[in-house]
Ligand binder design. Structure first.
Ligand code: NAD
Length: 337
């Protein structure tokens, strides 16, 4: 059994905790929180041991009637590996603590690549992180782009990727984020950070990315152009992407015209939190003009990195091969359903 600690129990941390708990070879030691809010309460209801991330705030848990199992340092000490899902920048601050207890840790996409020993995407570079102390599971957008690049590069070769990322303004619970009535080039200058971030997974890939932010919370949408080194027909590309485990090529007849309908499908399917762990690629958007491939894909920012975190645990500890890990993760989470 791999004993996993989760430090930071917000949007990503709570999903990773649930996914880890479902794995046949993993156990959640506990989760660390800074304050007693609704997420702390639901962690307790789910039976996760709660650890205090900030010493001075411990009395607030007692006031809220929430029992603590200990301090975050104890969680780190008892864990074989920690998934750090704290807000951007805090993971880097926590690195010293993980080093002190000699516990490897996974940081998330909001952290700088320079802080870690390696960046991770299960489909693209699973075998590169074994034995590392600090590994970053790349962001939702970089995960979505990497899952697309890997099969295309292997099958056809890639000359260049150009991607425009239409990004949600905030997650559904982030009421302070925006814009609420605008369309913002973000960042205005090129490239957006996503291209260089994809290069942490594919160092030699030619990629330009542009970002926009829009008043939406449900998903990101990518408009993709990949210049290939060969010119397959669109149907072959469609089949290639359809055969991938974590890409869902949306058939036209499903009538999914946007993120709202995709989320509705996830709810109807009984997915936890209506999560969509796969890239959702509109089948009829897959078009090849000469050696240029075009498509649209939607990325659920809150959940596509969750199976990646689970795989990163095995990849760092070297307990399963890439294909065994991905299959185990997907089966346990119900990703194939
Ligand atoms: P979040 O704000 O929803 O959750 C972070 C949690 O960590 C909160 O519960 C917060 O109270 C807690 N926290 C703050 N300081 C802490 C500390 N010192 N110790 C322990 N816990 C602490 O954030 P999130 O959206 O889950 O993002 C976490 C990381 O995942 C970031 O690096 C982010 O960039 C990355 N990420 C986020 C998304 C997304 O869309 N939400 C997608 C992919 C990656």
């Amino acid at each position: 059994m791999i004993h996993v600690g989760i430090n930071g129990y917000g949007t990503i941390g709570k999903r990773v905790a649930d996914a880890v708990r479902k794995q046949p070879d993993m156990e959640v030691v506990g989760v660390a929180k800074t304050r007693p809010n609704f997420e702390a309460s639901s962690a307790v209801e789910k039976g996760f041991d709660l650890y205090a991330a900030v010493e001075e705030r411990k009395p607030r848990f007692a006031e809220a009637g929430i029992d603590l199992a200990g301090d975050v340092e104890e969680l780190v000490e008892q864990s074989d590996i920690v998934v750090d899902a704290c807000p951007s920048g805090i993971g880097a601050d926590n690195a010293e603590m993980y080093e002190e207890y000699d516990t490897p840790a996974l940081l998330q996409g909001g952290e700088d690549a320079e802080v870690v020993d390696g960046s991770f995407n299960a489909r693209s570079n699973f075998d590169t992180v074994e034995g590392m102390d600090l590994v970053r599971v790349v962001s939702c957008n970089t995960t979505g782009l990497s899952r697309l690049v890997a099969p295309l590069q292997e099958e056809y070769g890639i000359e260049k990727v150009r991607a425009t990322l239409v990004r949600r303004g905030g997650d559904p619970a982030q009421s302070g984020r925006g814009p609420i009535n605008d369309i913002l080039p973000n960042p205005v200058e090129l490239p957006s950070h996503h291209g260089p971030d994809v290069n942490t997974i594919f160092p030699d890939l030619e990629i330009d990315t542009l970002g926009l932010k829009v008043p939406a919370t449900l998903m990101h949408t990518h408009s993709i152009n990949v210049t290939l080194q060969s010119n397959p027909d669109a149907e072959a590309v469609r089949e290639l992407l359809d055969d991938e485990r974590r890409t869902f090529v949306i058939p036209e007849w499903l009538g999914l015209d946007g993120a709202g309908a995709i989320k509705e499908l996830a709810q109807d399917a009984g997915r936890p939190r209506a999560d969509i762990w796969e890239n959702c690629i509109w089948g009829e958007s897959i078009t090849v003009e000469g050696d240029d491939l075009y498509l649209f894909q939607a990325i659920h920012q809150e959940s596509d990195v969750v199976p990646e975190n689970v795989d990163a645990i095995r990849a760092v500890l070297g307990t399963k091969s890439q294909s065994e890990s991905i299959a185990t993760t997907d089966e346990a989470m119900g990703l194939d359903d």
